[in-house]
Design a protein. Structure first.
Length: 201
C-alpha cells in the first residue's frame, strides 16, 4: 500500500537568490509549472524572491497549490508572497522538520548554503533512520527513507556534489550504496516523472 496521499506534495529546495544564469531562473519556473500541471502541491521555504519566488510563481500562474514554511527572521528578507498559505515556525530546525513532515518527495535545484543544508538534512535523515531501523527495528514516523530526492543538474551545477560523494566513498567514509538516497537528472520533467514513477511502486 502506498504511503502517499492522493495529492502528492513536493518540496522544492532552491536559492533565495536568482543566480547569474537565466537558465537557473527558467528551470525554477518550469519546476513550478510542472508541479501545478501534475496536480501536485508545492511545499517550499515561503520566499517570494530568488529562485524560490520563480518556483512559487510558476505554480501560482497555473492556479496550483502552495504551502510555505519559514521563520520570522527569514521572512523579513525572503518576503513571502501575499495571499499564499504559509506557516511561521520558531527556528530553522523546525522549518526543515516541517519540510519533511509535509512532503512526499523532494526536488533540489541550484542554490546556496541554505539549499545544501536542506539537501544534506534529507540525506542524513535517510541514512541515520535506515541504519537505526536495521539495528533496532524502530519505525520511521515520517517515512523519510521512502520519499524520493531528486537533484536537477542545471549546466553541471551538481557535478562538484557528485565528486564529493565519490570522494567520500573512495576514502571509506560511506558505502557506495548511499547513492540510492538521491537521483540526479538533467531536466525538471525528468524529476517530476521520476517522482511519479517512484511513488507508483
Amino acid at each position: 500500500m502506498s504511503i502517499f496521499k492522493k495529492q502528492i506534495s513536493v518540496c522544492v529546495f532552491c536559492g533565495a537568490e536568482l543566480g547569474n544564469k537565466k537558465k537557473f531562473q527558467d528551470i525554477a519556473t518550469e519546476v513550478g509549472e510542472l508541479v501545478a500541471k501534475n496536480n501536485m502541491r508545492l511545499v517550499y521555504g515561503a520566499g517570494g524572491k530568488g529562485l524560490m519566488g520563480k518556483v512559487a510563481y510558476g505554480v501560482l500562474g497555473l492556479k496550483g497549490k502552495i504551502f510555505g514554511i519559514t521563520t520570522r527572521i527569514i521572512a523579513d528578507f525572503e518576503k513571502p508572497i501575499k495571499g499564499t498559505k504559509f506557516k511561521i515556525v520558531k527556528n530553522i530546525q523546525l522549518r526543515k522538520r516541517g519540510f519533511i513532515d509535509n512532503s512526499d518527495a523532494f526536488i533540489v535545484t541550484p542554490g546556496g548554503f541554505g539549499t545544501f543544508d536542506e539537501l544534506f538534512e534529507i540525506l542524513v535523515s535517510k541514512e541515520v533512520i535506515e541504519k537505526h531501523n536495521k539495528l533496532f527495528g524502530s519505525k520511521d514516523s515520517a517515512n523519510i527513507v521512502k520519499k524520493p530526492l531528486v537533484l536537477v543538474d542545471v549546466d553541471g551545477f551538481f557535478k562538484p556534489f557528485e565528486k564529493l560523494v565519490d570522494s567520500l566513498i573512495a576514502n571509506g567514509f560511506m558505502p557506495e550504496t548511499n547513492k540510492k538516497y538521491f537521483k540526479i537528472v538533467k531536466t525538471p520533467k525528468e524529476a517530476v516523472n521520476y517522482i511519479k514513477k517512484y511513488i507508483k511502486k
